[in-house]
Design a protein around this ligand. Structure first.
Ligand code: GLA
Length: 393
């Protein structure tokens, strides 16, 4: 947990003394339990918010400037609150700038400027949604200080739009949605087509969720991600021969897909589409078995998800595969899979509470021997979505 008095001191050091009070907000990172590469296909996802993420300290200014600083990066930026444009040089500040730009697109121009300090606890580039966390906490804090309504579904959509159009990353809705709407000890069953969602209690009994960070930079991720999106669109195009109204793969049942998969001309495109439709089906089955308290069955579905991402969707890579293989060898592990976009980033495993130490030691050793990389592990709890930290004010 961040130490708020220290953050306040850092705020004053970086941004100076001021007249108004400093208020404190927080947004988590997220981990996806199952339902990977389904969001932009209008399918289901099942993510959960973490108990760590981004803390934001904010204070109004007398002028119309935004002073953006971070405890994680030396560079800060003083930018106007109006007419913002993306700039490579502005680095991480493009995320908050994108949110301010997005609010303006929605007819919400800020009434004044703000001093803002960010403090991030999510390892960068690990696929735990540090950027969504920055976007969502910025939108929530600014809307609160402007006296506007803070609808967390709207905030998720606006943050995703800012990332798509301002930053230029064509992500789906999952990350921003989970960060905005998470709830302690619950996973979010989200239909990414309708945005209908349900908070499902995640009761894992004697088992813990353990995140393993491969520490492999996700270099290829943007181009491969866009290629997968295009392949899914190509599959929809071919399947329209049978379903003229089809716009997203997530609109098909598994049976409808199986009966018509032959319409997809390209074999690779067919494999990609099969992953998506089967993965959406796995999300539904996961929620069912979890409701019955059958964690072992959920673990099997996690394994099947990873294997499909490896063999059909081809987004895992040597590091994620090595970590997952090592994880499955540890007694007390019910399931293990990659989480997020893939090509590096993190795995998530369901591990008996008495085995977590052994898990971290053995998986860490085997992973290092195989890849030469040192992994990091987090035994995680599920936390709340974006909120104001009133006790820190
Ligand atoms: C990234 C994207 C999400 C989602 C996942 C894959 O995290 O930001 O929108 O597509 O990859 O499930």
């Amino acid at each position: 947990m961040p130490h708020y008095p220290t953050l306040r001191e850092q705020f004053i050091t970086r941004l100076g003394e001021g007249e108004s009070d400093i208020r404190v907000f927080a947004a988590p990172g997220r981990v996806n339990l199952i339902g990977e590469h389904t969001d932009y296909n209008g399918g289901a996802v099942f993510p959960a918010a973490l108990t760590f993420g981004t803390t934001l300290l904010i204070r109004p200014r007398a002028d119309r400037q935004l002073h953006l600083a971070s405890t994680n990066f030396p560079q800060s930026r003083l930018v106007p609150a109006d007419g913002l444009v993306f700039s490579e040089d502005d680095d991480w500040t493009n995320y908050p700038k994108g949110v301010v730009w997005e609010l303006a697109q929605r007819g919400i121009s800020l009434s004044r400027g703000y001093d803002i300090l960010y403090h991030g606890e999510i390892p960068n580039g690990a696929g735990l949604s540090s950027s969504a966390s920055i976007e969502v906490v910025t939108a929530f804090a600014l809307l609160t200080l402007e006296g506007r309504k803070t609808d967390t579904v709207e905030i998720a959509l606006w943050s995703q739009h800012a990332e798509n159009e301002f930053v230029g990353v064509k992500c789906g809705i999952m990350d921003q949605f989970a960060v905005a709407n998470g709830r302690k000890d619950h996973a979010i069953l989200l239909d990414c087509d309708t945005l209908k969602y349900e908070l499902v209690p995640f009761e894992s009994g004697d088992y813990k969720l353990v995140i393993g960070n491969t520490n492999k930079r996700r270099g290829l991720v943007d181009s491969a991600y866009n290629e997968r999106r295009a392949q899914c669109e190509a599959a929809v195009g071919d399947l329209r021969a049978a379903f003229p109204e089809l716009t997203l793969l997530g609109q098909l049942t598994l049976a409808q897909f199986n009966d018509n998969a032959h319409l997809i001309a390209d074999e690779i495109v067919r494999k990609r589409a099969r992953h998506v439709v089967e993965e959406i089906d796995r999300v539904g089955r996961s929620v069912e078995v979890l409701r019955q308290g059958d964690l072992a069955a959920f673990g099997q579905l996690m394994n099947a998800s990873h294997d499909s991402l490896r063999d059909l969707y081809e987004v895992t890579g040597a590091e994620l595969d090595a970590m997952v293989a090592a994880a499955r060898e540890v007694p007390g592990v019910l399931g293990s899979r990659m989480t997020g976009a893939g090509f590096g980033g993190c795995t998530i495993s369901l591990v008996h509470k008495d085995s977590t130490e052994r898990f971290i030691a053995e998986v860490g050793d085997k992973y290092k021997a195989e890849t030469g990389l040192t992994a990091d592990f987090y035994v995680c709890d599920i936390g709340d979505g974006v909120h104001e930290i009133k006790e820190a004010n």
